[in-house]
Design a protein around this ligand. Structure first.
Ligand code: A3P
Length: 319
């Protein structure tokens, strides 16, 4: 299905999120708020939305995609939509109907975005819902982990994630800018960025690594062999696709293909989101000392864990 369900979700919702993507940076006091000690962008969500989120009701066939910001959630979200719509064999008409329904219900591209009324409206979305979130498990609404919904956990190495987030922060009108990489680095290391600490996020998810309804996949693994990664995902969600389907979806979701269509799918946000899409760009920015600090912090927080082993930190992050 052309574009899956992604078209216009970002661009249409910019207005309701009050995202000033074409204008100047918003004033500092409007940038962020803190909820339970973690920062979030005030233009896309609110403490009231977080309170309302507790009432979210997961369905047993929901597909939850969880990943810290900048780990490639837009990419994997699109891949998931393509896999699901191919498996479900929606007709063109059905696909349009599904997109219309999302637009009518004014849904948002992330579970924790939007107005507090969103969770009531989400009840009306047709199955299977694909729900993307940047939240760690202990901040998710309880019904997600209590239900039979499956969770796909996306992880990206911390060095590239940090670099991606730095550029995103400085380009995104709803976030405050950092004067330099050196000013930003300690903020990332200490979790003083939106959605909090990368390390805490993964420490929490690592507790669920053996859960039968949770599957982890890494950005780097998808970059190395996307078809193999998609086959693992298809097996996890019970999709039945043929080799041609996988090849077609891989072609449609390359960085270049998604960037080329980004005006249509993400509006002006596309120019901010699709930066480089590569593994290893941290090498351009990290100093020797920052590199060592990150290695040490990763070891302290996640050393010896199953999650760390799966991420292949030594392959992607060692100088
Ligand atoms: P870079 O900033 O390193 O380029 P998220 O979607 O979670 O915000 O993550 C954004 C990161 O995913 C950005 O990384 C972006 O370029 C990358 N990305 C988006 N689409 C991609 C694709 N099709 N293939 C590879 N990377 C992609």
């Amino acid at each position: 299905m052309e574009g899956g369900r992604e078209p216009s979700v970002w661009s249409k919702r910019q207005e309701s999120c009050k995202m000033p993507l074409q204008g100047e940076k918003v004033s500092p006091e409007d940038w962020l708020f803190s909820y339970k000690g973690v920062l979030y962008p005030a233009k896309v969500t609110s403490p009231e939305t977080f309170e309302a989120l507790k009432s979210f009701e997961a369905r047993s066939d929901d597909m939850i995609l969880a990943g810290y910001p900048k780990s490639g959630t837009n990419w994997l979200g699109q891949i998931l939509r393509e896999l699901e719509s191919t498996d479900a064999k929606y007709t063109e008409e059905e696909m349009k109907e599904r997109i219309n329904e999302e637009n009518k219900l004014k849904t948002f591209p992330r579970l924790e975005f939007g107005d507090p009324g969103i969770y009531e409206r989400m009840k009306k979305l047709p199955s299977r819902r694909i729900i993307v979130t940047h939240l760690p498990p202990h901040l998710l609404p309880p019904s997600i982990l209590q239900s039979k919904a499956k969770v796909l956990l996306l992880v990206r190495n911390p060095k590239d994630t940090a670099v991606s987030y730095y550029h995103f922060y400085n380009n995104m009108p709803v976030l405050p800018s950092f004067a330099s990489w050196d000013e930003y680095f300690p903020a990332f290391m200490n979790g003083k960025v939106t959605w909090g600490s990368y390390f805490d996020h993964l420490v929490e998810w690592n507790k669920y690594i053996d859960h039968e309804r949770i599957m982890m996949i890494s950005y780097e693994e998808l970059k190395e062999d996307q078809v193999l990664g998609m086959k693992r995902i298809a097996a996890f969600f019970g999709f039945s696709l043929c080799e041609e389907d996988f090849a077609r979806i891989a072609e449609k979701t390359t960085f270049q293909a998604m960037k080329a269509k980004s005006k249509e799918t993400h509006g002006n946000f596309g120019d901010i989101l699709f930066q480089k899409g590569v593994v290893g760009s941290w090498r351009d920015l990290f100093s020797k000392a920052q590199n060592e600090e990150m290695d040490q912090k990763f070891e302290e927080c996640l050393g010896g864990t199953k999650l760390a082993a799966k991420m292949k930190y030594d392959v992607y992050c060692k100088a």
